[in-house]
Design a protein around this ligand. Structure first.
Ligand code: NAP
Length: 265
């Protein structure tokens, strides 16, 4: 029951009404028995900084940040974790008891946890990341931190080069690579989203194919990976794990992962 003492969490973005985060977090609050509620707030481009600065004024417990506000949120927070500072990007804001704000980026750690769930330890692996946007950057940084050998390919070579400049240890690979000899390939582009049946790469048998796209849950790339005897890993696991990491920072309570997975699926 929502009352005057209910704590509020939210996601800010634009567009944001389609977000699965309210479903995942509200299920988590119920499962953990917490008097919290999570809503989606449509915040127009250019107002992300103001929105983050308003959190302590409104007494909001914490927020997630999605496109196009991740960089503005990083600028607006009083403190950043090392990861968020390195990426210049924030997807989680915690409002401390003294009203100060701390920004973090949980996508990279969420990625690592999701592939670990599937049985993949990324340490020492050769990984090709396709795409050079926000998700690719977070994933590449998390992989380098775990001593993977990371190459990035993007349709705009310059974007891949910028990512490599920003994340030391990453090398640039040519795009498109029909198939790759990397042990792990990560699709960090929207190719395969919704009704798109295109594939960012042709999977090889025994290769790990990680698709960050989670709508649909089974993309054409994952189906093909299964068909050729590769190891397919979908994007829902990363979505849930990055959410769980946010939840734990706001509430200080272990995330009820099973309930979150059920709500996400
Ligand atoms: P983003 O910042 O917009 O970056 C998208 C990247 O994909 C850019 O490098 C873009 O290239 C490239 N791209 C877009 N369309 C392409 C196409 N048709 N062919 C080749 N490259 C293309 O987006 P993002 O936030 O990184 O997200 C990327 C994907 O990851 C999305 O599908 C998103 O849903 C998914 N994601 C999943 C999770 C999760 O938890 N599972 C978390 C974050 C993101 P240009 O710069 O040239 O446009």
């Amino acid at each position: 029951m929502i009352s005057g003492t209910t704590s509020v969490a939210a996601v800010i973005g634009s567009p944001v009404r389609h977000s699965r985060s309210p479903r995942i977090h509200n299920a988590a609050f119920v499962a953990a028995g917490l008097d919290w509620v999570y809503v989606a707030l449509e915040v127009e481009r250019g107002r992300g900084f103001d929105a983050v600065r308003a959190l302590p004024v409104l007494g909001i417990g914490g927020i997630n940040v999605t496109m196009p506000h991740k960089a503005d949120a990083a600028r607006a927070c009083d403190n950043l974790t090392e990861t968020a500072a390195a990426l210049g990007s924030v997807n989680t804001v915690v409002v401390n008891a003294d009203g100060s704000t701390r920004g973090d980026s949980t996508d990279g750690e969420g990625f690592v946890r999701s592939v670990a769930d599937a049985g993949l330890d990324v340490a020492g692996r050769s990984v090709l990341v396709l795409g050079a946007g926000g998700a690719a950057r977070a994933v590449a940084a998390a992989l380098v931190a775990r001593r993977a050998q990371v190459r990035v390919a993007a349709r705009r070579h310059r974007a891949a080069a910028e990512l490599a400049d920003r994340v030391p240890g990453v090398e640039v690979a040519p795009w498109p690579e029909k198939s790759s000899d990397a042990e792990v390939v990560v699709n960090a582009t929207p190719i395969g989203m919704g009704t798109d049946t295109a594939m960012a790469v042709q999977p090889r048998s025994e290769q790990w194919i990680v698709d960050l796209v989670y709508h649909p849950v089974e993309t054409a790339l994952l189906a093909e990976a299964r068909r050729v005897g590769a190891h397919p890993v979908g994007g829902l696991g990363m979505l849930v794990h990055q959410a769980a990491l946010s939840f734990e920072q706001w509430t200080g309570v272990p995330a009820p992962l099973a309930a979150m997975f059920e709500a996400a699926g």
